[in-house]
Design a protein around this ligand. Structure first.
Ligand code: SF4
Length: 299
């Protein structure tokens, strides 16, 4: 649960059935176990009744959420819909999606409900199909881009973020350029970027050589960060002139004369005050931006 009293988190599953070569999760948390959808729905409803206005459904791979009992099967799209139907004033987010599993059915469910947020975090990790194979991610660059096209066509106002790793075992300059070109093609709004660092016990540690020099990993990472800074700036500039519903989370860190909140796309929006409290919604016209924030006025 977040300290702001507005955003909350609900775990919908534990563990992971995938075996990404660099990851320790399957070893430390075991295989996937999905929680009973009714208890998830009850928990989210209680949070709403206690004043929370946003719930993020959490799992290592939410797209493979799967609850079975005598009365049938509940997959992630159905679960998401159940939570969205609690109240139109409850915003619903989720994390993390896996590119190999994110389905059109899920995207249509998001598109049907205004309170399911228009933001998908879809970790690409690399733009090179050769590296993705070594990472055991079970998708290719083409598959990833196809899923991005599906998101754009089904939810045109959806923002996109990702995780990227630079310097994974055997990564060449060409593989690295493919990661950069994938980022440019998608135009991510935000990205978490890391240098590869070997974790003991993982498949990569057992079977692959961590053979990219540290200095090259660092160079590639800073090149990637510079590119993402440009993409993030472009994404914010494109929002100037747009109107968003903003869920107010409190005062801006810089000044109590400004409120701070987020739009459905998960971008931080600040605007000069009015008669509001945390958890209220208001419509804001975006007039300018900084590197991290959209700035606007209430309309
Ligand atoms: S990276 Fe994510 S999907 Fe892959 S094994 Fe780890 S937790 Fe599972």
């Amino acid at each position: 649960m977040d300290k702001n009293g507005v955003s909350s988190f609900v775990s919908i599953m534990r563990g992971c059935n995938n075996m990404c070569a660099y990851c320790v999760v399957p070893y430390v948390r075991g295989g996937e176990r999905s929680r009973n959808p009714e208890s998830i729905q009850r928990e989210a409803k209680e949070l709403f009744e206690n004043g929370y206005r946003e719930v993020t459904l959490l799992g290592q791979n939410v797209d493979s959420y799967n609850w079975k009992n005598e009365s049938g099967v509940v997959g992630f799209p159905e679960l998401l819909e159940k939570v969205a139907l609690i109240d139109p004033l409850l915003r619903v987010r989720f994390s993390t999606s896996h590119p190999k599993d994110i389905s059109d059915d899920l995207l249509h469910t998001i598109a049907r409900h205004n309170n399911i947020c228009r933001h998908i975090h879809l970790p690409a990790q690399s733009g090179s199909s050769r590296i993705l194979k070594l990472m055991n991610r079970e998708y290719t660059r083409e598959w990833y881009l196809d899923r991005i096209n599906a998101i754009h066509s089904i939810i045109p106002d959806c923002s996109l973020s990702t995780d990227m790793i630079t310097g994974f075992c055997t990564e060449t300059e060409e593989d690295h350029k493919e990661s950069l070109s994938l980022m440019e093609l998608v135009g991510f709004d935000f990205a978490y970027m890391f240098k590869y660092s070997e974790r003991p016990g993982t498949m990569a540690a057992r079977k692959l050589k961590d053979d990219v020099q540290e200095s090259i990993k660092s160079e590639r990472l800073s090149e990637m960060i510079s590119l993402q800074n440009l993409l993030s700036a472009k994404s914010k500039k494109n929002d100037i002139g747009m109107v968003f519903d903003v869920l107010i989370e409190g005062f801006s860190k810089r000044s109590v004369d400004y409120f701070s909140g987020r739009n459905s796309q998960n971008k931080v929006v600040v605007f000069p005050g009015g008669d509001f409290k945390k958890g209220d919604y208001t419509r804001v016209l975006i007039e300018r931006c900084t590197s991290a924030t959209l700035i606007g006025t209430i309309i």
